[in-house]
Write a protein that binds this ligand. Structure first.
Ligand code: ADP
Ligand code: MG
Length: 60
C-alpha cells in the first residue's frame, strides 16, 4: 500500500512527539477514513506499542 497525504496530520503528531513529554490525542472520524493507518504510520519509525482495545472476549 502506498500511504498518501496525511502530511499535516503526521507533522502535527511528530511536532508533539519531539517535545518528549506526554500528550493525549483524540483521533476521530467515520470508519475507513484512515485513523488506524495514520497511527500505524506515525509509530513506524518509533519505539512503540500498538494495542487495540476492542470488544473481543478473553478466549478469542
Ligand atoms: N493515507 C492513506 N493512503 C492510502 N491508503 C490508506 C490511507 N489511510 C488509510 N488507508 C487504507 O484505507 C483503509 C481504511 O483505513 P483505516 O486506517 O483502517 O481506517 P479507520 O481506522 O479510520 O477505520 C485501509 O485499507 C488502509 O490501509
Ligand atoms: Mg480503525
Amino acid at each position: 500500500m502506498q500511504f498518501i497525504n496525511r502530511d499535516i496530520e503526521l507533522k502535527s503528531l511528530n511536532k508533539k512527539w519531539q517535545e518528549k513529554k506526554p500528550h493525549f490525542f483524540i483521533i476521530y472520524g467515520k470508519r475507513r477514513v484512515g485513523k488506524t493507518e495514520l497511527i500505524k504510520q506515525f509509530l513506524e519509525s518509533k519505539d512503540s506499542i500498538y494495542f487495540l482495545a476492542d470488544k473481543r472476549n478473553e478466549k478469542e
